[in-house]
Design a protein around this ligand. Structure first.
Ligand code: PMP
Length: 437
């Protein structure tokens, strides 16, 4: 830890002091030989499990042939095949094309560039409590100020933020369903009061907020948003970096809302643990930038492409959507008990196996229990479970375990989490920090 402090900037946060030595399935072993049940999954990157055997085999096979040629110098089949697979698997029965990059943030940047080139319009609409990455444009679309944005301004212009459907803390002070999903219709008000729709290239939104705490909008929400976008020829972008690859019980979360986005962004678990990001969209939109307008030295690296293809193959043989739903049932059974008997549990959020608990000091005031949340994270790792927090106030515990976790491992981890919640207020010494993506 001392070497880490001396060599790595303090701006790089770590949620636990657990230095990894090995990882397999849903377990992480540290350098001292302690074994942890992993409810964080490297922030949702190993839905297929740590070191999934087919993924490791594909990486080794690719590494035995070549590591890098640069797709813009000497193209290779893995890139093209992964693009074909994503074009076929993403929602929407229309011709699609895929750009591969390295990370979620890079995918977000490119999605916005492509939407601007296609519409020839400047503005982008994003949401409160959103997270889209840390590169400067992606960071500008990200909501939370501290620690993500503080000190890094100025940010680009032509970015407008509107309320998300955070029903537990409705930004419009309304209640579902009597609100008639006014937050989605709010977009039309923005076009009257803030920016002309003719100036808007894209609306970018997470189907379930990731870093925002797994907030899940009501069923009609995305249909209304997408319909307004269609009416004004605005590109509707779904950021599925955290929600994708079966996390929510479907390959992509937006499928459960019955919406076909114009552009869909994937990353994280697509690579099974290796870095890769993808922008998949309507062919005519994706082809808008000029030849040479898109690229990057390492885009769609051959080893990452091989890993991602192995992940997609695995999804055909292992029903991870069904597994996500089983895990959801196990979690909800326990969590609804907690919600009833533990006053600190204010709300249960999420979809499928993307689940979180929002912790509050008082059910009426809903004051965020941030220090208590940090205590829970600490109690968990001190008792053999890796978990992370989320939310603009850092008062949400989220679970992003590998979907291959066994029932026994998951139940054991939930028992530790239960004890952690019961002890959350006891040693309220932790500072208001939280986990940072
Ligand atoms: N979009 C979403 C929804 C995310 O959750 C994240 C990462 N937490 C990103 C984009 C950025 O991805 P990356 O960290 O790979 O740049």
């Amino acid at each position: 830890m001392q070497r880490r402090r001396n060599a790595v900037p303090r701006g790089v946060y770590h949620a636990t002091p657990v230095f990894a030595a090995k990882a397999e399935g849903a377990l992480v072993e540290d350098v001292d030989g302690n074994v942890f049940i992993d409810l964080a999954g490297g922030i949702g990157c190993v839905n297929v499990g740590h070191r999934a055997e087919p993924v490791v085999a594909a990486i080794k096979e690719q590494a035995s042939r070549y590591l890098h040629t640069c797709f813009s110098v000497s193209p290779y089949e893995g890139f093209v095949e992964l693009a074909e697979r994503l074009n076929a698997l993403t929602p929407g029965n229309f011709p699609k094309k895929t750009l591969l990059v390295n990370t979620g943030a890079e995918a977000v940047e490119n999605a916005v560039k492509i939407a601007r080139a296609y519409t020839k319009r400047p503005a982008v609409i994003c949401f409160q409590d959103a997270f889209h990455g840390r590169s400067l444009l992606a960071l500008s679309l990200t909501s939370k100020v501290r620690p993500y944005k503080v000190g890094f301004d100025p940010f680009p212009s032509d970015i407008y933020r509107i309320p998300y459907a955070y029903c537990y803390r409705c930004p419009l002070g309304l209640e579902y369903p009597s609100c008639e999903v006014a937050c989605a219709k709010h977009l039309e008000h923005v076009f009257k009061n803030v920016v002309a729709p003719e100036s808007v290239a894209a609306v970018i939104v997470e189907p379930v907020l990731g870093e925002g705490g797994f907030i899940t909008p009501p069923p009609e929400y995305f249909k209304i948003l997408a319909e307004i976008c269609r009416k004004h020829n605005i590109v509707f972008i779904a950021d599925e970096v955290q929600t994708g690859i079966c996390r929510t019980g479907s390959l992509f979360a937006i499928e459960q809302y019955g919406v076909d986005p114009d552009i869909l962004i994937t990353a994280k678990s697509l690579g099974g643990g290796l870095p890769i990001g993808a922008v998949t969209g309507r062919a005519e939109i994706m082809d808008a930038p000029v030849v040479g307008g898109l690229g990057g030295t390492f885009i769609g690296n051959p080893v990452s492409c091989a890993a991602a293809l192995a992940v997609i193959d695995m999804l055909e043989s292992v029903d991870l959507n069904a597994r996500a739903k089983q895990l959801e049932r196990i979690f909800l059974e326990r969590a609804s008990e907690w919600r009833e008997h533990m006053p600190i549990v204010g709300a249960i959020h999420g979809l499928g196996a993307m689940r979180s608990l929002e912790l509050v000091r008082d059910h009426k005031t809903k004051e965020p229990a941030t220090a208590e949340t940090n205590n829970i994270v600490r109690y968990c790792y001190e008792h053999g479970v890796l978990t992370i927090s989320a939310g603009t106030s850092g008062n949400i515990i989220r679970i992003l375990m590998p979907l291959v976790i066994t029932d026994e491992q998951f139940t054991e981890a939930l028992s530790v989490l239960e004890a952690a919640i019961a002890n959350a207020g006891v040693a309220a010494t932790a500072s208001d920090r939280g986990a940072y993506a």
